[in-house]
Design a protein around this ligand. Structure first.
Ligand code: UDP
Length: 324
């Protein structure tokens, strides 16, 4: 079985990708320092405890595991935190990615799937958002993703690195079999927090801003099921194995749901009342982020299976009840 390095495979999206890789006949090898990941989510392959800041960890990893490709999920991803502590973000998301790419070159591995973000675009100039929109990130987090994407283009030109950058919109939901799911600490994402409020684990959900230029005044986001994201990684890997460099792809469903619509759907799914408190806007939140994912559908044949918000929240709720 071909080994695939999954950097950050003990985290939310990485663990779903490991499960799918295993089911698809690959042998995932997780490299993770467990700073935000969870050992118990590493269930579909070997585990190597290592830190991207350590060149010797990387050398040992690539010596021990002859991998065919690398998937890189190991980044910090809180926009607000990146504004307060940009050094943390540039160090991990940029400098540590350079360490990883150099270790790959050293080991002769030249296939790379990178977790990028819609944050590279900043405030969208048009909706739905296409890949050819200009990069205009408005947070240090978004800038770290932009920098790495630009580096990948240079590494491709100079060293022949084949890469695909997947620009996630709002990853959500959980494994449909309930074997893995979202487990952030602290949790900042809307859907798990809404479910916490439904379960009475917090008194209410704060809605960040009710005066955006959207139909109900709250922000619109494109929620994409984590199992569909995992499928996109598998397609990206296969594309690189065919010798094609994939470039960059958006990953979303093309539908924007408002914060209030998410809460309403969560009330329907859980059958529970969810108290709401309107609070001021959160810094750095664009009013609406909605993807066009036509490019990945056309070029790689991506077909999201779980594209209804109800299914996304149902799977998230099943996982939430299992782990809380
Ligand atoms: N949001 C909210 N209350 C919360 C958390 C998030 O109103 O407690 C809003 C947030 O302003 C954004 C949307 O929910 O419009 C999704 O936010 P999340 O943090 O889940 O993902 P992001 O869009 O930041 O990647």
């Amino acid at each position: 079985m071909e080994k695939i390095a999954v950097i950050g495979g003990a985290g939310y999206i990485g663990s779903h990708v490991c499960k799918l890789l295993k089911q698809s006949g690959y042998s995932p090898v997780v490299f993770d320092n467990l700073s935000t990941g969870h050992r118990r989510l590493v269930r579909w392959g070997e585990f190597f405890k290592g830190d991207l800041g350590s060149i010797s960890d990387l050398l040992r990893f690539f010596k021990k595991h002859k991998v065919r490709a690398v998937m890189h999920f190991s980044a910090f991803a809180y926009v607000g935190e990146s504004v307060d502590n940009p050094a943390k973000y540039y160090l991990n998301n940029v400098a540590n990615t350079i360490n990883l790419l150099n270790a790959m070159r050293n080991a002769g591995v030249n296939r790379f799937v990178f977790s990028s973000s819609c944050a590279v675009y900043g405030e969208p100039v048009a909706l739905p958002m296409r890949e050819n929109m200009p990069f205009n990130p408005i947070s240090p987090y978004g800038r770290t993703k932009k920098i790495v994407e630009e580096m990948l283009v240079d590494y491709n030109a100079a060293y022949g690195l084949k890469f695909t950058a997947l620009r996630y919109f709002n990853a959500a939901g959980a494994d449909p079999d309930g074997e893995t799911g979202e487990l952030h600490c602290p949790e900042t994402h809307l859907i798990p927090l809404v479910l916490d409020a439904a379960a009475g684990r917090r008194p209410y959900i704060k809605v960040f801003g009710g005066n955006y230029k959207t139909p109900d005044g709250t922000c619109l986001r494109d929620y994409v099921h984590v199992a569909d994201l995992a499928q996109a990684h598998l397609l990206a890997l296969r594309c690189l194995e065919r010798g094609e460099g994939g470039g960059a792809f958006n990953l979303g469903n093309g539908n924007g749901f408002s914060v209030l619509e998410v809460i309403e759907m969560a009330e329907k799914v859980t059958g529970l009342k969810i108290p709401v408190k309107m609070v001021p806007r959160r810094a750095g939140d664009p009013a609406a982020l909605v993807a066009s994912s036509l490019r990945i559908q056309r070029n790689l044949g991506w077909k999201p299976q779980y594209n209804s918000l109800e299914t996304i929240i149902r799977h998230a709720w099943a996982w939430h009840r299992k782990i809380r």
